[in-house]
Design a protein around this ligand. Structure first.
Ligand SMILES: Nc1ncnc2c1ncn2[C@@H]1O[C@H](COP(=O)(O)OP(=O)(O)O)[C@@H](O)[C@H]1O
Ligand SMILES: [Mg+2]
Length: 276
């Protein structure tokens, strides 16, 4: 991947929480580049660092060390004000818990990033989002008056209203029923295919990951597999292999080195080639 088609890239990204005995190594030197206009899924066990990766890449949280390259700048060198402006204009974030403002209508929530920036809405774009997401009849409703699927669609419209080139979605379908989930994923896929958006989505669901162009498996703060054109079966297999490897590593005596993650990822790739 050369620089011109890279949307965002992490180089040696490290994130520790706390220090001393209580330190948690959430990211252990992650090197990854995401291509423009590509939809990537990130999978892996709970606590493996997926949300931390998303938050540091999106400038919501500070890295401990390493670099984050986005449109020629290094996010890790930016001050809070620069990061706020960047997030407002170029990066969208969709949270699992929607994070809508309860006192505001769906319309006000969707427009909130523009309101905060003192910018005017592109009405045609607002209409396209609202109609595509099936929110026309909900615009006057507050979050409490909407279903989970409707709230998540409002949150997606809010993330896309500024036309960000890069969208992060942290388990966007985690609180949705299967129909709402399929609708949400179809819309995300469409916004990549038709609008050229770059989307990075965390999911626990191998079916959700199969909507993506690429799927990365995370374990213990590292990338352990990187799969082009993921299928649900393939991702379930990789996740099961990862779990088995983690259990085996735990039960080994301390003198025996567990297999290193890169080797495991390579073996998984080799296995994939045989089964495809
Ligand atoms: N604010 C925080 N303070 C301390 N530890 C944290 C914080 N956020 C996450 N962690 C820890 O970092 C690790 C990775 O967490 P997270 O990125 O949320 O994982 P995932 O999203 O894959 O479930 C976990 O061990 C978690 O407990
Ligand atoms: Mg998480």
């Amino acid at each position: 991947m050369n620089e011109s088609n890279t949307a965002i890239q992490a180089v040696g990204l490290v994130k520790d929480y706390g220090s001393g005995d209580g330190v948690v190594h959430a990211l252990r030197g992650v090197d990854v580049a995401f291509a423009k206009g590509e939809f990537t899924a990130i999978m892996g066990p709970s606590g493996s660092g997926k949300s931390t990766l998303m938050h540091t890449l999106a400038g919501l949280d500070r890295a401990t060390s390493g670099r984050i390259l986005f449109e020629g700048d290094d996010l890790t060198r930016m001050n809070d004000r620069q990061l706020t402006l960047l997030r407002r204009g170029k990066i969208g974030f969709i949270f699992q818990s929607f994070n809508l403002l309860p006192m505001f209508t769906a319309e006000a929530n969707i427009l909130m990033p523009l309101t905060l920036a003192g910018a005017k809405a592109d009405r045609a774009w607002f209409d396209l989002l609202v109609d595509t997401l099936g929110l026309r009849r909900r615009l006057g409703h507050r979050p409490a008056e909407m279903s989970g699927g409707q709230q998540q669609r409002v949150a997606i419209a809010r993330a896309l209203i500024t036309k960000p080139s890069l969208v992060f979605a942290d388990e966007p379908t985690g609180n949705l029923d299967s129909v709402s989930s399929a609708e949400t994923l179809a819309f995300l896929k469409r916004s990549v295919d038709e609008l050229g958006q770059t989307i990075i989505m965390v999911t626990h669901d191998a079916v959700a990951a199969s909507y993506a162009d690429r799927a990365i498996v995370f374990a213990d703060g590292r990338i352990v597999a990187d799969e082009p054109h993921p299928t649900a079966d393939r991702m379930n297999l990789l996740l099961m292999e990862e779990r088995r490897a983690a259990l085996a590593a735990e039960s080994l005596p301390a003198s025996i080195e567990p297999p290193t993650p890169p080797k495991r990822a390579r073996a998984a790739h080799a296995a994939a080639r045989h089964t495809r």
